[in-house]
Design a binder for this molecule. Structure first.
Ligand SMILES: Nc1ncnc2c1ncn2[C@@H]1O[C@H](COP(=O)(O)OP(=O)(O)OP(=O)(O)O)[C@@H](O)[C@H]1O
Ligand SMILES: [Mg+2]
Length: 356
């Protein structure tokens, strides 16, 4: 475990005054991490020459399948894991040259829940504030507890909190020293939908007030909804890094599905040039580039072939498609790829079941 960080200029309160603030909240250059082999295990090259800049004020999503290296990267930034080589700068402080300041500038909500069950949320936050050297008059314990919906649990033993409440308590702990950079490693795993939305609303609010947020999540719709910038990491390498908008633009693909009024024995010749796919007896799925926009041609050819359309669905590419496309192939067997593929199949089935 690292030493207890001390509150410093980099930590408490450095976030609001526009001057002297770093352009990037986090900068990583040529970062490598090799976990040495233990016993008969193999060494793991968890991060491979990672370069990444997280602009100040952004809500940044780090995505990747299981074992991609997300937690390793976050833990290096937080001073919990030693890097093998490369450079990491948090809020202008090099983690090698100014480790304490770097650590004080960052609040981390780790992936694993680690809460002492015999303390109350209030005690835990006070303890954490003490560790970070936040003087009692500057502590915002009750404000933070209230913001995370834990005000009425302030004096209950942590062991009596539900899983979702513990998760929120972890977020509260990461915020006691008012760090300008908040890092959340899959903070919504196991949190129900209502609480998840509450948690995200709070994260968004923090971000709107100037905190830079770095989060990892397996809920791709969430990253799509919340994050303005996204990096995708796979096998320790950054394989995509861009604004969300640019990433989505990259997949210039759309889908048009037609539910016909009658069964089709085969694809009519007049439609063959659009390369449709038969989905059951009555559904035809067309894929095309948004920029080509052949919808009116397709519809004209459909009615020209004497077919009538009962319903039409269209769908644009989303982050899930990009993620699948980029991590496809080599990682077919990862849990994420499987889950995503199954989710797509379920979604398609639902759509066609609704249509029939
Ligand atoms: N303490 C450790 N010792 C040895 N290898 C490790 C250790 N921690 C992680 N690894 C390995 O490093 C790689 C990256 O792991 P990491 O936990 O960073 O992935 P992740 O992207 O956070 O995955 P997940 O989505 O499952 O949380 C994996 O191959 C993992 O087995
Ligand atoms: Mg992880």
């Amino acid at each position: 475990m690292p030493d207890s960080p001390e509150a410093s200029e980099a930590g408490a309160g450095a976030s609001n005054d526009g001057s002297h603030l770093p352009e990037n909240a986090v900068e990583v250059k040529g970062l490598n991490k090799i976990y040495r082999a233990l016993g008969k295990g193999e060494a793991a090259h968890a991060l491979v020459d990672v370069d990444l800049s997280i602009p100040r004020g952004s809500l940044f999503g780090l995505l990747g399948p299981n074992g991609a290296g997300k937690s390793t990267l976050i833990n290096i930034l937080a001073g919990l894991v030693n890097k093998t080589s490369g450079k990491a700068i948090v809020w202008g402080c090099d983690i090698d040259e100014n480790p304490r300041q770097a650590r004080a500038a960052i609040g981390v909500v780790p992936q694993e829940l680690n809460i002492d069950p015999f303390f109350t949320p209030r005690e835990l936050l006070e303890l954490q504030a003490g560790l970070y050297g936040v003087p009692p008059r500057e502590r915002r314990t009750d404000e933070i507890l209230a913001a995370l919906g834990l005000g009425d649990k302030a004096h209950s033993y942590a062991r009596t909190l539900s899983g979702g409440m513990r998760r929120r308590l972890m977020v509260a702990k990461a915020m006691v020293h008012n760090p300008p950079v908040l890092v959340l490693d899959e903070p919504t795993a196991g949190v129900d939908i209502e609480l998840r939305l509450q948690l995200w609303a709070h994260v968004e609010e923090l971000n709107n007030r100037g905190t830079t947020v770095l989060l990892t999540t397996h809920y791709l719709e969430e990253a799509e909804e919340l994050c303005d910038r996204i990096a995708i990491i796979n096998h320790g390498k950054v394989i995509a890094y861009d604004t969300k908008r640019a990433l989505l633009r990259r997949l210039d693909s759309k889908e048009l599905t037609l539910l016909l009024s009658q069964d089709l024995p085969e694809i009519p010749e007049a439609l063959a040039r659009f390369g449709p796919e038969m989905m059951g007896g009555r559904c035809l799925r067309f894929q095309y580039r948004s920029s080509d926009s052949p919808v009116s041609e397709i519809l004209a050819a459909v009615s020209g072939a004497g077919l009538s359309v009962a319903d039409i669905f269209t769908e644009e590419a989303d982050l899930e498609d990009i993620f699948l496309q980029l991590t496809h192939g080599a990682h077919d067997d990862t849990i994420d790829a499987k889950i995503l593929r199954e989710a797509r199949i379920r979604r398609d089935r639902r759509r066609y079941a609704d249509a029939e």
